[in-house]
Design a protein around this ligand. Structure first.
Ligand SMILES: Nc1ncnc2c1ncn2[C@@H]1O[C@H](COP(=O)(O)OP(=O)(O)O)[C@@H](O)[C@H]1O
Ligand SMILES: [Mg+2]
Length: 224
């Protein structure tokens, strides 16, 4: 298997009016294509900062990130945005669905914005796997939290990103719904060969992972 995501010497310093916050203090990691990696650690330990650095959302103060062989931070902002759109998908704690669009339109939106048509057979398969094929004409406000997150997952998976980043995706769901949702997310990712990086506090979800990165105070204390 090949390494799809590599980080070397990642440091992040937030400069604030009350002083510098060193959120990452030299993180190295190598992730193989197709794995499910859990990122865990206490609140404030640097998990979201790490995800942002790995996905090009926020430039690290020092260090290097290589995605699928490309040096992420050597890109201009425009190329970075295009590269991220093609290569990465995101699932957040807030589902970020568009309230004025129905479920089907929400799922197809990123492809549409990219001027592409969804693969109908793949669309059917994903919505079936996620158990939302009966909800396609509903609006986000008519769905439960768990259903909304499944819609957000379908939206992410449909674009076939190589990497999926999820920051506490089940944080707003009750434990059981959260675990069910994670099982669906991991089974989709496994089925389509996607590499999944998930920030989570849930030990049951950590147990499902192929690799675990535990962060304490900006340092990886246990990796893979
Ligand atoms: N935009 C920011 N400005 C200043 N400090 C920040 C910012 N974002 C995060 N931090 C600080 O960086 C540290 C790591 O935060 P974060 O990565 O959000 O941790 P986690 O996701 O593990 O809860 C914390 O001390 C947090 O307060
Ligand atoms: Mg966080």
């Amino acid at each position: 298997m090949s390494v799809i995501l590599q980080a070397r010497g990642l440091c992040k310093v937030y400069r604030t009016s009350s002083g510098d916050v060193r959120a990452l203090k030299g993180v190295d990691l190598d992730l193989e294509e197709g794995v499910f990696c859990a990122v865990t650690g206490r609140s404030g330990s640097g998990k979201s900062t790490l995800l942002h650095a790995l996905s090009g959302l926020d430039r690290p103060t020092e260090g290097r990130v290589t995605v699928d062989g490309a040096d992420l931070y050597s890109y201009s902002d425009d190329r970075m945005a295009a590269f991220r759109r093609r290569t990465m998908g995101f699932v957040f704690q807030q589902y970020n669905l568009l309230e004025d669009y129905n479920v089907k339109a929400n799922i197809c939106m990123p492809l549409k914005l990219d001027g592409k048509k969804p693969d109908e057979a793949f669309f059917e398969e994903i919505t079936q796997t996620l158990g939302i094929q009966g909800k396609l004409r509903k609006y986000p406000g008519e769905l439960s939290g768990g259903e909304q997150q499944r819609v957000a997952i379908a939206r992410c998976v449909l674009a076939k990103p190589k990497l999926i980043f999820a920051d506490e995706p089940t944080g707003n769901l009750d434990r059981r719904t959260g675990e069910e949702t994670m099982t669906l997310l991991t089974s989709c990712a496994t089925k389509y060969g996607q590499t999944l990086i998930v920030v989570t506090h849930n030990p049951e979800i950590v147990k499902m992972a192929d690799a675990v990165i535990r962060i304490e105070d900006g340092i990886v204390v246990q990796g893979e």
